[in-house]
Design a protein around this ligand. Structure first.
Ligand code: GRF
Length: 221
C-alpha cells in the first residue's frame, strides 16, 4: 500500500494575553486533522495567561515575554521577532494578544500575521465592540479575521462571521456568541492560508487567486 501523502504543515505561532479560547479551537482542529498547522510555539506577554495552561496541556512549547521587561515597544517587538524567527515561524496568529505591534514588526512579517477582531469590521475597531454595537442598536454583529497591517484593526479582511443581535442580548451574551463564531472562522482562515489558497499581496487579500474586496461572509445563529 502506498503511504498517505505527507501534508506540509505550516509552522505557526499563536500569540495570546489571556484565556486562549481561540487557541483552544486551533488546538482541537489540528488534533482532529482538519487544520494543517504545526503549532510550534505559543507566546504570551503575560505569565498568568490561562492560555499557557491550554498550550502546555497540548504539549505545545510556550514562551512568556513580558513587555514590562523592555524599555520601549520597539525593544519588546524586536525580542519577540527574534524568538519567532529563531523558531522558523511562517504564520503568526494573534489570538487575544493585547499589544499593538510596531510598524517594524508588521513589516518584518508582512502578509504572515492574522488577527481576529470581535466586530464586523470596518465597524468598531478598537475596544468595547459589543457595547458599541448594542448602543448603536445594530441588528447584526459578529467577528472578522484579517491580515495585520500597520493600521489598527484595518488590514485586509478575510472572513467575517455574522450573527443577528437578539432583543435579550447583553455585552456578556454577545461576547460569548461572537467567540463561538470566532472559533470557526479563525481556523478556517488559517486553513486557507496553510493550503496556500489565501495570500496577501500589496495590502490586499487574495483567495483562490481572486481579490477579496469584501471578506467571505458566513452567517451563524
Ligand atoms: C477574542 O474575542 C478576539 O476577538 C479578541 O480577543 C478575544 C480573545 O479571546 N481579539 P480568547 O483569549 O481567544 O478567549
Amino acid at each position: 500500500m502506498k503511504p498517505a501523502t505527507e501534508v506540509r504543515r505550516c509552522r505557526t505561532a499563536i500569540l495570546i494575553s489571556g484565556s486562549g479560547s481561540n487557541l483552544q479551537a486551533f488546538i482541537k482542529q489540528v488534533a482532529d486533522g482538519r487544520l494543517p498547522l504545526d503549532i510550534a510555539l505559543v507566546v504570551s506577554n503575560r505569565s498568568d495567561a490561562y492560555g499557557l495552561l491550554r498550550a502546555a496541556a497540548a504539549s505545545i512549547p510556550t514562551l512568556v515575554i513580558s513587555h514590562r521587561d523592555f524599555a520601549s515597544r520597539d525593544a519588546f517587538d524586536m525580542a519577540l521577532a527574534a524568538e519567532l524567527d529563531a523558531a522558523a515561524i511562517e504564520l503568526i496568529i494573534l489570538a487575544g494578544f493585547m499589544r499593538i505591534l510596531s510598524a517594524a514588526f508588521v513589516q518584518h512579517f508582512a502578509g504572515r500575521i492574522m488577527n481576529v477582531h470581535p466586530a464586523l469590521l470596518p465597524l468598531y475597531p478598537g475596544l468595547d465592540t459589543h457595547a458599541r454595537a448594542l448602543d448603536a442598536g445594530d441588528r447584526q454583529h459578529g467577528s472578522t479575521v484579517h491580515f495585520v497591517t500597520e493600521e489598527l484593526d484595518g488590514g485586509p479582511r478575510i472572513i467575517a462571521g455574522r450573527i443577528a443581535v437578539r432583543r435579550e442580548d447583553t455585552v456578556a451574551s454577545l461576547k460569548s456568541r461572537v467567540q463561538a463564531v470566532e472559533h470557526q472562522i479563525y481556523p478556517q482562515a488559517a486553513a486557507w492560508y496553510a493550503e496556500q489558497r489565501l495570500s496577501y499581496r500589496n495590502g490586499e487579500a487574495l483567495l483562490d487567486g481572486q481579490l477579496l474586496n469584501e471578506p467571505v461572509v458566513r452567517d451563524f445563529d
